[in-house]
Write a protein that binds this ligand. Structure first.
Ligand SMILES: C[S@@+](CC[C@H](N)C(=O)[O-])C[C@H]1O[C@@H](n2cnc3c(N)ncnc32)[C@H](O)[C@@H]1O
Length: 207
């Protein structure tokens, strides 16, 4: 099975022997990779749309380690799940999924996130839910992706770290990412002269 660099990075952030809930599993690519490569002991693959769910059901038939669930977010995850993965969605949706059923996180030691926007919102939510930042990596595919992993613990990120990442400057792709963001913000600023964007550009330049 050939996985994108983004999904491979997510998989590399998952501890061997984990019991994983793959939220928004879509066709099950990540779930299947995790059990095929013996990274996860078991996967609880969750999808809430009928189309992707029926493909997920078909694709994962021959994997006894994968249990599929047609449900919303983390609402139905079993108590033995120790790792939650939520990838390929916006940060506000991911935050809402976590906050809506936060009691379900009582047994969850690790969370791996790939949010395609509003990363500051996700970082703040993870911190407020009692997680500390473990790893973060930039991946360059069709766009830049930012993969985050957290574990149970306290953290108090500085505003710039919440906005752009806790160890982003160490990432080999940092300069390229920063230039990409600067261009994007400056383009948006030309169309919409908002103070918010101007301040964002200034903060980014400080990095
Ligand atoms: C863009 S796909 C990403 C698939 C895969 N996780 C990845 O990263 O490649 C997002 C998937 O999440 C599903 N999804 C969105 N909100 C969800 C929710 N609240 N509960 C379960 N699945 C959800 C969508 O139906 C879609 O299949």
């Amino acid at each position: 099975m050939k996985l994108s660099q983004r999904l491979l990075t997510i998989a590399s952030f998952i501890k061997e022997g984990a019991v994983v809930a793959d939220i928004g599993a879509d066709h099950g690519l990540l779930s299947m990779y995790l059990v095929e490569n013996k990274i996860a002991k078991k996967v609880f693959a969750v999808e809430n749309k009928p189309g992707p769910f029926s493909i997920l059901e078909n694709n994962t038939k021959k994997y006894p380690e994968i249990t599929i669930s047609f449900s919303d977010g983390i609402s139905e995850i079993p108590d033995d799940v120790d790792t939650v993965v939520i990838a390929g969605m916006g940060g506000i949706l991911i935050s809402n999924i976590l906050l809506k059923n936060k009691d379900k996180l009582d047994h969850v030691k690790f969370i791996v996130i790939d949010a395609h926007r509003d990363l500051d919102v996700v970082r703040k939510t993870l911190q407020d839910l009692g997680y500390e930042f473990e790893k973060e990596a930039l991946v360059l595919g069709a766009v830049f992706y930012n993969v985050i992993s957290v574990r149970r613990g306290k953290s108090k990120l500085q505003p710039l770290e919440l906005e752009f990442g806790f160890n982003i400057k160490q990432d080999p792709l940092f300069e390229e990412y920063k230039n990409h963001l600067l261009k994007q913000y400056e383009r948006n600023y030309q169309m919409n002269n908002s103070n918010e964007l101007k301040e964002k550009i200034e903060r980014l330049k400080q990095l």
